[in-house]
Write a protein that binds this ligand. Structure first.
Ligand SMILES: Nc1ncnc2c1ncn2[C@@H]1O[C@H](COP(=O)(O)OP(=O)(O)OP(=O)(O)O)[C@@H](O)[C@H]1O
Ligand SMILES: [Mg+2]
Length: 322
């Protein structure tokens, strides 16, 4: 298994105590596959992604436990040298806002060159390699483009530059945290197509994070639905979309624009209610207060995340194990 996350807990220090952003989360990513992580704002998607690269400063955390096994080694216990190796050359990440992640005063070609230099100091034909990556991400090989600064490019092009930087290290795993949210509809699908073709050509694995099923369904082999820091449901993309099992997944799918209509990018119709207080989560199913099929036992304890059918995992008392 390329990445095996086991019982991950991420609790942040906040003035009121500890905020349980992620609680007892387990998932795997296989070589060459794409896992989509979906859920509403605040459900712990970015915290999970950042934690895989240990990007959350330890002074803001009150609890960080579980295991993040990367090719069998726990990222949470790596020393600095090994961690740098993983971060730089094995796992790469692209973020939501392309402008803030680029240096405004350095040309985009130079930024990609720098990324290559860091990972492959021996590379002789640096310019050739930059051009190759630029053309691979659809930015062309024109030298003029290499000399441009981030503000001279459109949002979609800037996102391509970020992907180019991420690819400079030839990662085995690309984590894309809402990579298309800041883009308009046509650019959104171009960037997703690009990630998909790179995944196929380079045999990369991908974790694609979004609040939008339309976005992840294009690429993901498997989808993990998070709710309030806990896994609600996980399963193969087609089956999960066709026959969602968890009431939260159903509600999210009903509130989302139809997949065929995602290019209209209608805002999500909200599911009624709000996330529970993550500082003092109630001792019940975290979705109970919003759930249309809530039962008395849902208020008494938390459901376990269980495999209810081969490959399909759900945490819900209403979904019975065979
Ligand atoms: N540094 C921090 N200190 C305290 N709380 C934090 C910190 N970072 C995140 N949180 C909290 O952790 C929870 C999960 O946040 P996270 O950013 O992972 O959500 P998300 O699913 O990525 O949401 P979005 O879709 O809005 O990006 C939220 O309640 C958030 O307020
Ligand atoms: Mg986020």
């Amino acid at each position: 298994m390329l990445l095996d996350v086991q019982n991950l807990r991420i609790h942040f220090k906040v003035p009121q105590g500890a905020l349980q952003a992620v609680d007892d989360l387990s998932f795997q990513v296989k070589e060459g596959r794409c896992l989509g992580i979906v859920g509403e704002s605040g459900c712990g998607k970015s915290a999970t992604a950042q934690c895989i690269l240990r990007l959350i400063p330890s002074n803001v955390l009150s609890v960080l436990s579980g295991k993040i096994l990367w090719q069998g080694k726990d990222i949470l216990t790596l020393n600095d040298t090994d961690l740098r190796r993983v971060r730089g050359s094995q796992i790469a990440m692209i973020f939501q806002e392309p402008m803030t992640s680029l240096n405004p005063v350095i040309s985009v070609g130079e930024q990609v060159a720098e990324a290559i230099r860091v990972h492959f100091p021996e590379e002789k034909n640096l310019e050739g390699r930059v051009k190759e990556i630029f053309s691979r991400v659809g930015l062309g090989e024109d030298s003029k483009r290499l000399k441009q600064y981030p503000h001279e490019l459109s949002g979609g092009m800037r996102q391509r530059v970020l992907i180019a930087i991420a690819l400079a290290c030839r990662p085995k795993l690309l984590i894309a945290d809402e990579p298309t949210t800041a883009l308009d509809a046509s650019l959104q699908s171009q960037v997703l197509d690009l990630i998909q073709s790179l995944q196929r050509e380079l045999g990369m694995s991908v974790i694609l994070i979004s609040h939008d099923f339309g976005v992840v369904s294009k690429l993901a082999d498997e989808i993990l639905v998070l709710y309030a820091g806990k896994p609600a449901e996980r399963g193969p993309t087609k089956e999960l979309l066709k026959r969602p099992l968890h009431p939260y997944t159903k509600a999210l799918l009903e509130s989302a624009p139809r997949l065929s209509e995602t290019h209209h990018r209608k805002p999500l119709r909200m599911i009624e209610g709000t996330l529970p207080d993550l500082v003092q989560p109630p001792c019940e199913c975290r979705f109970a207060s919003r759930c249309p099929v809530v039962m008395p036992e849902c208020h008494q304890k938390e459901p376990e995340f269980q495999e209810v059918e081969p490959g399909r995992w759900v945490s819900c008392f209403a979904v019975k194990t065979p």
